[in-house]
Design a protein around this ligand. Sequence first.
Ligand code: SF4
Length: 335
Amino acid sequence: MIQDQFKRPLRDLRISVTDRCNFRCTYCMPAEIFGEGYKFLPRDEILSFEEIERLTRIIVRAGAVKLRLTGGEPLVRQDIETLVAMLAEIDGVEDLAMTTNAYFLPQKAQALKDAGLQRVTISLDSLDEDVFQRMNGRRSSVQKVLDGIAAAEQAGFDPIKINTVVQRGVNDHTVVDLARFCKDHGYIVRFIEYMDVGTMNGWRMDDVVPADELVARIDAELPLEPIGKNYRGEVARRYRFRNGGGEIGLITSVTRPFCGACTRLRLSPEGQIFTCLFAGQGTDLRAPLRSGASDEELEQILRGTWHARNDRYSEERSELTEPRTEKVQMYHIGG
Ligand code: SF4
């Protein structure tokens, strides 16, 4: 088991299988930047399924037990269920999950389940049609996502988790409705404090709705009580509805950072590993991989990178005199 400079073990691997997405969410891939002519990574620069599987096997051997497939949007990568089946075969993997915008789930949910995917987390920022469309660059209706959720339920994914990024003055006035909807349907919604991921979303602290304020708003209509974490290092702060069961979660990277227990490594589509969501630089594994490095040599690079890790950006954010200008983009490594 390898540890970093703060004795944090490597437990979670987020695998970004593509830098492409069919949505244009304003806080991740704003349409005015990622227009028709935007050049995404050419096919041959993206890791093949075999390369992803080999690197994942090495990273699991070094301690990772939880895998999450992300993107961009993972379901725009063709035959993604084939990769799921390959990763599900790896000894030591305890949890295999995916974060998706659900748009293609009606076509893919059953195949993913059959291939061995254990959990899905679905991004849905609002039930209000106009608000949702403004946030995703008018690329999808709410109903399209609800159809995807229904397909995931049909395929047997349970519980369904929902991720919602909350921005003040954009969708914060619709969070109580979403909480009620998820409570009524048995979904677990995670409200995510709007973060300064990447360098293209024009983030301002004024646009952040602190988790405590969100809890107070929801509690006023749907009484809540705090409950403990499911496991050490779990990111979400959890609350149970007092009446009728069900729970919500808050991801508080801005107001209550959780870097101290962060055990996450990220693999980008072109084979770089990043030790933090807000990292400026990654470590390239593709070049040695494609120039014949052995598993042991690749593992040495991985171990050296993790051992040297001292990231705690969210804890440092408020102390920074100048905003960090070099940060990997969110669509490139998945949230
Ligand atoms: S800011 Fe970086 S170190 Fe802190 S929790 Fe997020 S990914 Fe982990």
